[in-house]
Design a protein around this ligand. Structure first.
Ligand code: SF4
Length: 83
């Protein structure tokens, strides 16, 4: 496995941790268009089945795995918090 660290400064996400770390075991980054048109169930766990698309700018990408802290939706995406 790659020694990968995901840094994130979105601190109202369920997966965010002190030190600006993402503690999701996997995330899905997508185009804004994809993120806004798909349900919360479409996430990292099914990444291999999804069709890639161009964004054109970093402003047109988003983290599809974001879940608002305390929203109760943390199991919908099949992503696991590592700690
Ligand atoms: S899931 Fe996305 S928004 Fe949430 S902490 Fe990880 S990278 Fe940030």
């Amino acid at each position: 496995m790659m020694n990968q660290h995901i840094h994130c400064i979105v601190n109202d996400c369920h997966y965010w941790a002190q030190g600006n770390k993402c503690e999701a075991n996997e995330i899905l980054v997508a185009t804004d268009q994809f993120g806004s048109s798909q349900t919360d169930k479409i996430d990292a766990a099914m990444a291999t089945q999804l069709t890639p698309a161009s964004a054109g700018s970093c402003m047109d990408t988003c983290c599809k795995t974001y879940v608002a802290k305390g929203s109760g939706k943390t199991t919908v995406d099949n992503v696991t918090r590592m700690s």
